[in-house]
Design a protein around this ligand. Structure first.
Ligand code: SF4
Length: 243
């Protein structure tokens, strides 16, 4: 893999670049034209959070793509769904400013019909083109936990097209680059619920966030039980010794 901090890499769809500085990468990403979403975006919405050395960020929060408010303001999870997310984080005892918040796609995917401009999910080629940025965010920040919000981000991060949020939400998965991944509902999905369903889904997200807090505390204290895939990675786990 090439090691470059090179503006040309932002538009070179064939190079998987390894960046060495998060701010440099952010500035290069802001000029990215790797997919057609660059034609309709107002601006690239790069991840947001503390710029700290690798390993100091415990949690990376990963959504799908910016919406209208994010596209205008240039920050992930702002607007109504961002405000709801902040409230839910607070209820779970998490400070947003300690988390790296980002998306698997950094530009807003839109459906334009006449004068109407609506959000849509990114296509697989658009997701593939943007992978370089979140892969490098993980490389440079080395979070222990990735909290995916919504099934689109989960399928991409877990490389699991069969992921079903109704069945797999709230479970721990082996993530990329030694991370542990938990998936919860996207705040915009929570906002679409009404009455009792709203309370139920909102409380479910808060409980998922609390599980993330518990796991991070245990990981940092060195008391976290091994996950199933970590047990099976141990050389003699579940196998008889040959000697
Ligand atoms: S969505 Fe990602 S790959 Fe596409 S132009 Fe924006 S930053 Fe580049």
């Amino acid at each position: 893999m090439a090691v470059v901090d090179d503006p040309k890499a932002a538009s070179d769809a064939t190079v998987y670049s390894v960046y060495t500085d998060l701010k440099v990468m952010r500035d290069i990403a802001r000029t990215c034209t790797r997919c057609d979403l660059c034609k309709t975006r107002t601006q690239v919405v790069f991840g947001d959070g503390p710029y700290v050395p690798p390993g100091e960020i415990g949690i990376m929060m990963m959504g799908e793509a910016p919406g209208e408010d994010e596209d205008k303001q240039g920050k992930p999870f702002v607007g109504r769904s961002g405000k709801l997310l902040n409230t839910l984080l607070e209820q779970a005892g998490l400070k947003r400013e300690t988390i790296w918040v980002t998306n698997t796609n950094k530009c807003r995917p839109v459906l334009i019909e006449g004068k109407s401009v609506k959000n849509r999910a990114p296509t697989p080629p658009e997701q593939k083109a943007c992978e370089i940025w979140w892969q490098n965010e993980i490389d440079l920040l080395k979070p222990q936990i990735i909290l995916c919000l919504g099934a689109t981000a989960a399928k991409k991060i877990l490389d699991n097209k069969g992921f079903m949020i109704t069945k797999d939400r709230g479970k721990w998965f082996q993530g990329p680059k030694n991370t542990e991944v938990l998936v919860s509902y996207h705040p915009s999905y929570v906002m679409r619920q009404q009455g009792e369903a709203f309370t139920l889904i909102k409380d479910t997200v808060v409980e998922d966030l609390r599980e993330v807090v518990r796991r991070l505390e245990a990981l940092r204290a060195g008391t976290a039980p091994l996950q199933p895939w970590q047990k099976s990675n141990k050389p003699d786990d579940g196998q008889l010794s040959m000697f």
